[in-house]
Write a protein that binds this ligand. Structure first.
Ligand code: GAP
Length: 445
């Protein structure tokens, strides 16, 4: 296994070189902790989001989809508690003007006291006492930049679901228990972003809010905890690198009664990338109170009225993509040469296969093109006729492409091609006519 400390550096460099992730606005020196997905990265993240959507919305009768807007009425954030409670404690250095989280481990002493030492300029007694800093991005709606026009970029997608809960319930004719799922952007003005795409200021969430009868929440909480872990293992992530972490009372968010993180063992340690939260009736009750609109559910069977409890599964699409990349990254030796390979689960690999004419003559390019044109109707595939076949294989190993299809002299004679498996390196001959079916079979799971 490559040395942990350097793995992230090598992964970040591969991500840029191969077109997974670029720094935002790089030609202007970059924008802090904002990242862009390149051609391979966008395929990978889309595949993850689609797989999530399929498992949540298409494969279940009791979950509906939603795409709520990023901008919401400012009262939403008052009611949700984000205006008052979505804060981090910050301290400023009066000497060098740098700003830190109050719990920054580099700070010696207690901020606000004479013994406190700035971790950047080293001045003593210049750090202010901690002040609470709200993590929501503010902007203005309409032409006038005044307090009454302030709106926020949502810090979680969940609130768009709560305020639409009655709309979805009525239009879909669902009954409790049922869920609403959404994938979308969220924004947080993080004070200490970092570790590549792990903590960023703009990111995507895949959230599902499951509305249940109070008293059944514990059982649904357990159900969704298990389901989410199963889904992640099904994504090909190594189970031994995944674990649950139960929130202590100090860690619980303002809305949660109980919460578990799902953590992954990154090269920089165990870190959360998904959470399962029992949010009780906190959000719906607060919105009912603040909006004056009834958000109660009338149980048709018992005629009982209640505000549903919510069990939330909240995943970051970017963090999940990072977990998938880190987990897939392998350096190994093949025939005396170093190879870097991303062992993505074939279902989420950005490219499913690459098509290679062995040489650019003797009818091989023509047959290769025909095969490529046929395959790309079904899958995202790549055509590469540049350089030695060994180099072409290596390039696809780095992209995580599960299958390499080579068209050689024999292909022209008998219409078969070789299919190389990225992981086993085994090659089999397959009839070119049956390739689409062969790939579909190997990619199914
Ligand atoms: N609705 C609940 C909620 O937002 P959270 O634990 O604050 O809960 C859920 O966030 C997930 O969103 C995290 O597990 C993580 O994957 C992702 N996430 C949160 N903040 C992030 C950030 N600054 N950068 C990237 N992903 C982030």
């Amino acid at each position: 296994m490559p040395e942990a400390a350097n793995v992230m550096d090598r992964l970040v460099s591969l991500a840029k070189r191969r077109g997974f992730v670029f720094q935002s606005s790089e030609i202007y020196g970059g924008l802090g902790s904002v990242w862009d997905y390149g051609p391979l990265g966008v395929e990978l993240k889309n595949n993850i989001k689609e797989r999530w959507w399929r498992s949540m919305v298409h494969e279940r009768e009791d979950i509906e989809g939603l795409d709520a807007a990023i901008l919401m009425h400012p009262k939403v954030w008052e009611a949700s508690g984000h205006l008052a409670g979505f804060t981090d404690p910050l301290v400023d250095c009066r000497q060098c003007k740098n700003r830190f989280r109050a719990d920054d481990p580099r700070i010696k002493g207690s901020p606000g006291q004479p013994d406190a030492q700035c971790p950047v300029c080293g001045s003593k007694g210049m750090l202010t006492a901690p002040r609470m800093f709200n993590l929501m991005f503010k902007t203005f709606m309409g032409p006038v930049e005044e307090a009454a026009a302030v709106v926020y970029l949502r810090p979680e997608t969940a609130q768009g679901i709560y305020v639409n809960y009655v709309n979805v319930l009525q239009s879909s004719r669902q009954k409790i228990p049922f869920g609403i799922a959404q994938v979308g952007k969220a924004f947080r003005n993080e004070i200490t972003p970092g570790n590549f795409t792990f903590r960023t200021r703009e990111f995507e969430q895949m959230e599902m809010q499951f509305f249940v009868k109070p008293g059944t929440d514990q059982q649904w909480f357990e159900f969704w905890r298990e389901e989410r872990m199963k889904w992640l293992v099904g994504l090909g992530i190594r189970a031994e690198r995944l674990r649950f972490h139960q929130h202590t009372p100090q860690e619980l968010a303002h809305y949660a009664k109980e919460a578990y993180d799902i953590q992954y063992e990154f090269p920089f340690g165990w870190q959360e990338f998904e959470g399962i939260h029992n949010r009780t009736d906190f959000d719906l009750s607060r919105h009912q109170e603040a909006s004056g609109k009834k958000l109660e559910y009338l149980d048709p069977a018992t005629t009982e009225r209640f505000i549903p409890y919510v069990v939330e599964t909240s995943a970051g699409a970017d963090r999940t993509a990072l977990v998938v990349m880190v987990d897939a990254y392998h350096e190994e030796e093949v025939a005396g040469e170093k190879r870097v390979v991303l062992r993505f689960h074939p279902a989420i690999a950005p490219l499913k296969a690459a098509v290679f004419p062995l040489v650019n003559k003797d009818g091989m390019p023509e047959l290769s093109r025909r095969i490529f044109d046929d395959l790309r109707k079904h899958q995202k595939v790549f055509y590469d006729d540049g350089g030695s076949i060994g180099r072409r294989y290596r390039r696809q190993d780095e992209a995580g492409t599960p299958f390499g299809i080579t068209i050689d002299g024999q292909s022209i004679q008998d219409g078969t091609v070789t299919v190389r498996d990225r992981d086993t390196l085994l090659q089999v001959r397959v009839a070119a006519d049956g390739l689409a079916g062969y790939l579909a079979e190997r990619l199914r799971s």
